[in-house]
Design a protein around this ligand. Structure first.
Ligand SMILES: NC(=O)c1ccc[n+]([C@@H]2O[C@H](COP(=O)([O-])OP(=O)(O)OC[C@H]3O[C@@H](n4cnc5c(N)ncnc54)[C@H](OP(=O)(O)O)[C@@H]3O)[C@@H](O)[C@H]2O)c1
Length: 323
């Protein structure tokens, strides 16, 4: 495993990491979580991504219990959580990044994770109803109180990230060091265009999500929806149209030919393509069972085979079929 600096911070994260969205609490119980985390760690993964809202807090509980049983030295791994949506539909408890919510939310996450601190904490979406100064002070205070080590944003616009960074700079507060955007062969514009100047200007690091576009980039949806896949989970029907899109699946079929030439799976090719972007600090992968983790972790070997020519071929196949 290679380790990359999280943006301009000194923190080293494995270039491939594991997240718990959809899977923990739905497909992955506490025993499978423990096995999955162990398999990922065997491959060199040191970063595990979570969020308050995942499975309404249950995802943090499952990861926390599994980490406790695994009993690895705390210094050897990095855990994140994210705040915005909240767990209760009540004022100051959901859809906000105000000081009161953030002050309480971190304590709830630490309790569910059974940890003294999280390494990374993200503002899971921008909040148009809270002044950015208030959010920046609250996040910086969270770090000053030792409850988190680094903070960042998720799916904020470039302007919103820069505004937050400038508030922190002006008041000598802890600055946002990372953003968590979607990034895969079908979703590129934000990472490659919108954030372009932030990498140099403020040293932004990226922990990118949905490298396989929820499974589309494995090729498993080329002939419809397979049993035991994300698309057939209750509550995820909104993903079905995108996963079975005929045009995108035709592109995936062509990517499968490139993968076959390189002796790898489409999933490995799609993840390896992301690894070629030096602005990405870590690619957060998802998995519903251990075999997927073992397959996906081999993407780092495939990255070595992605020459500029292969990269150009992959991008020509995708053309402009991306957001
Ligand atoms: N910040 C945010 O707003 C945000 C949003 C979304 C995700 N995230 C983070 O990013 C992480 C990864 O996102 P994601 O889960 O959407 O990633 P993804 O890699 O796009 O999709 C993962 C899913 O694809 C399927 N899969 C994975 N490897 C496979 C393989 N080798 N062969 C066949 N199927 C395979 C599995 O689903 P099935 O087996 O069920 O089909 C797996 O759960 C999340 O866990 C979360 O931590 C963050």
């Amino acid at each position: 495993m290679n380790y990359r600096r999280l943006g301009r911070s000194g923190l080293q994260v494995s270039e491939l990491s594991i997240g718990s969205w959809v899977t923990y609490g739905n497909q992955v119980d506490h025993n499978l979580a423990r096995e999955s985390l162990a398999a990922a760690r065997d491959a060199g993964v040191n970063f595990f991504d979570n969020a308050e809202v995942y499975a309404s807090g249950r995802s943090e509980e499952i990861m926390g219990a599994a980490l406790k049983e695994l009993a690895w030295p705390r210094v050897s791994y990095v855990v994140s959580t994210k705040f915005f949506w909240g767990l209760n539909e009540a004022p100051n408890q959901y859809h906000t990044l105000n000081r009161k919510y953030l002050h309480n939310a971190i304590d709830g996450s630490l309790r569910r994770l059974q940890l003294d601190y999280v390494d990374l904490v993200f503002c899971h979406r921008p909040d148009p109803n809270t002044p950015v100064e208030e959010t920046v002070w609250a996040m910086s205070d969270m770090i000053a109180r030792g409850k988190a080590l680094y903070w960042g944003t998720s799916e904020w616009s470039a302007d919103e990230i820069r505004a937050a960074w400038e508030v922190a700079e002006r008041h000598h507060l802890h600055k946002p060091v990372m953003e968590q955007p979607q990034y895969n062969l079908f979703h590129r514009r934000r990472v490659e265009d919108e954030y372009r100047r932030l990498y140099e200007d403020i040293g932004l690091g990226l922990t990118t999500w949905s490298p396989l576009a929820s499974g589309l980039l494995t090729g498993k949806y080329r002939d419809g929806i397979p049993a035991q896949s994300r698309a057939q989970l209750q509550g995820y029907d909104w993903l079905r149209g995108a996963l079975t899109d005929a045009g995108k699946n035709a592109i995936v079929a062509q990517l499968a030919d490139v993968a076959a030439e390189l002796g790898c799976s489409v999933a490995q090719l799609a993840i390896a393509w992301i690894l070629k972007n030096p602005h990405v600090s870590t690619v957060i992968t998802g998995a519903s069972h251990v075999g997927q983790i073992q397959e996906n972790m081999l993407a780092k070997e495939v990255a070595q085979k992605i020459t500029p020519e292969i990269k150009a071929r992959i991008e020509a196949i995708v053309g402009n079929a991306y957001n």
